[in-house]
Design a protein around this ligand. Structure first.
Ligand code: ZN
Length: 402
């Protein structure tokens, strides 16, 4: 039997990264290296397609106002006691679920009001330029599918836009679930409305948030020290409530609710969870396989704004490396075991064999796209049908000098 692939948090910080090639320290140098990387033909000895698959993480959504794990204001730096809930705790404990949903109830507003940023739209533009075949993301904010529905996106760790029942596995929109949480928890809802009205949730300054007694964590989680989590109520799965589900042992589950429709602890089924892969939860085999297919369908891997601390992401990069795919990494701070991705590179290569840049994706990626678009314009400004290849090449160089 194959070992299940679990999402496990890894809270250590990594050693500082190298810069590859050495010229990629400056913004123009980094852009030039990434242009070489994206345009490079596949390695000669491998039968690989020329396109690139992108793997992204929490750092890409920081410019949208969401928390990441290891960035300058990342959760593991500013909130040392942060410990995400584990799937087995969520399943086993009514109290743990109350606490989770209370915090998620407050965090959802921030996530719902946030939008994809220039980094996501730059990925869309790389797709339009024909350079990117697929995106694999660890992010659960749905920003990739929103920013570029035309590029296939595989959400490795699921998505917060839905809840899913742990008995019948039906999915439900998070928006309707949020309305139910508000209805079942009027005092919490009043607190949330006040927090929204005073701007406590709108601020992107983590220090200001902490001063107001809140801590924002990734995955739409807001922490309120000493909040009365035990008073929180959450709804049962409507499908299981109307028809008792069949449990794993073949018996019928019991789903009961209180007079207002909140899940009752006399139940043993009908528990809704966010449609994300929680820590300690296994990634569904179909998702794991689809992620591997996305890697195998490309000739290069570009890693953006993630330290690949979770094994589920790291093993995809390792798979790419094992297939002979050049690997590019853009991330502030070190990446898990990154020396292996750049071992044996020609020190004089301009970026075709690999790139390592320590820069923010939200400034670098739009600048890269602008440069790629301009060089494409330059190369297509003379129709190749009208002139010989030599003349065409000369015209391109002439245009470049203008
Ligand atoms: Zn259900």
């Amino acid at each position: 039997m194959k070992k299940p692939l679990m999402r496990i948090p890894y809270t250590e910080l990594f050693p500082p990264p190298p810069t590859i090639p050495a010229t990629a320290r400056s913004l123009p140098g980094a852009i030039a290296a990434l242009q070489e990387f994206l345009h490079a033909p596949p390695p000669r000895d491998r039968d690989l397609p020329p396109s690139t698959v992108i793997l992204t993480g929490a750092g890409l959504s920081v410019a949208s106002g969401l928390a990441d794990y290891r960035g300058a204001n990342g959760t593991y730096r500013v909130n040392k006691t942060y410990r995400p809930i584990y799937y087995h705790e969520f399943l086993a404990s009514h109290e743990a679920r109350k606490r989770y949903w209370a915090r998620s109830f407050l965090g959802w507003t921030t996530l719902r009001n946030a939008a994809p940023n220039a980094g996501h739209f730059a990925v869309r533009d790389l797709g339009r330029l024909g350079l990117v075949s697929a995106v694999v993301t660890q992010n659960v904010d749905s920003f990739h599918p929103r920013a570029h529905p035309e590029i296939p996106t595989l959400e490795l760790h699921g998505y917060l836009r839905s809840t899913v029942c742990t008995s019948c596995w039906n999915e439900f929109p998070r928006e309707g679930f949020q309305a139910e949480l508000a209805r079942l928890n009027p005092v919490w809802d009043a607190f949330l409305q006040e927090a929204i009205a005073t701007g406590a949730l709108a601020t992107e300054d983590p220090h200001e948030k902490r001063e107001r007694g809140m801590r924002m964590n990734p995955d739409g989680d807001v922490e309120l020290p000493e909040a009365p989590y035990t008073t929180f109520r959450y709804p049962a799965c409507p499908t299981c409530l109307s028809r008792r589900p069949v449990l794993a042992d073949g018996t019928r589950g019991t789903v009961e609710v209180d007079q207002d429709g909140a899940w009752s602890p006399t139940s043993n089924a009908g528990i809704l969870k966010p449609a994300v892969v929680m820590f300690g939860e296994s990634i569904a085999s179909r998702v794991k396989q689809a992620a591997e297919e996305a890697i195998d369908g490309a000739g290069k891997l570009l890693v953006l704004a993630t330290s690949m601390a979770t094994y589920s992401a790291w093993r995809l990069a390792k798979r790419a490396k094992d297939r002979g795919m050049p690997v590019g990494i853009v991330n502030i701070g070190g990446v898990r075991g990154e020396e292996m991705f750049f071992a044996g590179l020609d020190p004089d290569q301009p970026g075709r064999q690999g790139v390592r840049v320590e820069m923010s994706t939200d400034s670098l990626l739009p600048a890269l796209v602008r440069e790629l678009e301009q060089s494409k314009l330059r190369s297509t400004s003379v129709s190749p049908d009208d002139v010989s290849p030599q003349q065409n090449e000369a015209a391109v160089f002439k245009n470049m000098l203008q």
